[in-house]
Design a protein around this ligand. Sequence first.
Ligand code: UD1
Ligand code: UDP
Length: 407
Amino acid sequence: MINAKTRVLVVVGTRPEAIKTAPVIYELKQHSAKFETIILATAQHREILDQALSLFDITPDIDLNLMHARQGLPALTSRVLEGMEKTIGKIKPDILLVQGDTTTVFASALAAFYHKVPVAHVEAGLRSYNIYSPYPEEVNRRLTTVMTEIHFAPTVFARKALLNEGISKDKIVVTGNTVVDALTHISRLPFTLHQSELKNLKLDNHRIILVTSHRRESWGAEFENTCAAIKEIVRKYSDVAVVYPVHPNPAVKETAEKLLSGIDRIHLLPPLDYLTFVNLMKKAYLILTDSGGLQEEAPTLKKPLLLLRKVTERPEAFHSGLSKYVGTNRDKIIRETETLLNNKNEYEAMITNQNPYGDGFAAQRIVETLVRWSAGEKMLLEPSAEFDPDGKKSTNLREVAAKTRAS
Ligand code: UD1
Ligand code: UDP
C-alpha cells in the first residue's frame, strides 16, 4: 500500500536543537493524519540532549548515539554523515527537517542531498558574515542553505540574507524563532525554586548575573579573559552573585573550574534542565553569554544581554539596543557590566516590550507550510500569516490558514 502520509524525518543532535525543534514536533503530531513524523537523535550531545528532550516528553524513534568524549569536528562530521546516509536510505523520508547550525544539521542535510531527499531548514538565513565566528556554525549554515528546499527564516533580516544569496523568495517563509514558542510554553509550567537545583544557592538580596559560554572560537585566552572579568566583578560588587551552569564540553568545563571554582558568590553548576534554566533567566539581573539561543531568549524575557562575541548572526536585538556586544576583552566586559549595575537609565533602556525574534507561532507557521508543500501548493504561506514583529501579536495563524484553504 502506498503511504498516503508525508513522512517527515526530524533530526536533533544537540541541546538547542531539542529545545527549538520541540514545538515543531508537537505541531507535526497535531497533524498526524497528514504526517508520519519520525524523530531521529544523532546524539551529537548525549546527556544534555536527553535532558532537553525529556522535559518536552520526546522519545526519539531512532537514536544513533554518536557522541564521543572530546570529539573533533572531522570525526563527528563523518559519523553523522555515515549514520544519516544509511538511515535515510532505509527510512526513505519525503522530507528531512533540521534546525540550526550544528554539525548534525550540516552533515544530515548533506546525507539527505546524496539521497535527493528535500531538506527543510528551520532557523535559516542567519549570517555573521565571518566564517570563523561562530566557528564552524557560520559555514554549517551557509552549506546547509545550498542543500535546502524550504527555508524557514526566523526574521525578515534572515530572509534578506537568503535573498541576497540568490534563494528564490517562493522558498522562504518568515516564521519567528521556534525558541520563543518553546520558552513561552515552558514559562507557563509550575516551578518551585526551593525544590529545584537552585535551592541551595544563597541568591536572595543579590543581583544575579547569569553566565554561559561555550563557543569554540573563544576557547583558550579569550575564555580565560571572560573568567577573569567575572571574578573581578564579583570582587567589586558584594551584592552580585554569578550563576554559571557550565557546558559539559571539557574544553570549557576544565577552564571554568580551574579559574572560577571555590570563589564566594560564584556558583558553577552542572547544566540545568530547561525549566530550571528559564526560571533562572527570569530571576537574573542581566545575562552575560556567547550562546546563540540566549540572544533570542533574553529579549523575550526582557533581560539585558551582554554578548561575549564581536559579531553575531542574530543582530536584531543589537540594532534596537536590547543587547550589547562586549567581546572577550576583560576590561570591556567589566566596564559594560558595571554600567548596567550602576546606571539605572542605561539598564532600563535595554528593556522594552519588543521582541524581534518571534511571537510564539513559529511552529504553527512551519507546519502549515509543510501541509501546503506536501499538497503541492505553490504559495507556501500568505505574507499576512508570516511573522512580523511590528504586526498584531494576536495573529491567529490557524484562522488565516483555514480562510485561505476555504477560498
Ligand atoms: C555543539 C555545537 C554548537 C552548539 C552547541 C550547543 C557543533 C560543531 N557545535 O558544540 O554549534 O552551539 O553544541 O551546546 O555542532 N559533551 C558531553 N555531554 C553532552 C554534550 C557534550 O560530555 O551532553 C562533551 C563531549 O566531550 C563532547 C564535547 O562536549 O565531545 C563537545 O560536543 P560537541 O557537540 O562536539 O560540541 P559543543 O561544543 O557542545
Ligand atoms: N540551556 C539550558 N540549560 C543550561 C544552559 C542553557 O536549558 O544549563 C538552554 C538555553 O536556555 C537555550 C539553549 O539551552 O535555549 C542554549 O544552548 P547552548 O548555549 O548549549 O547552545 P547555543 O544556543 O549557543 O547553540
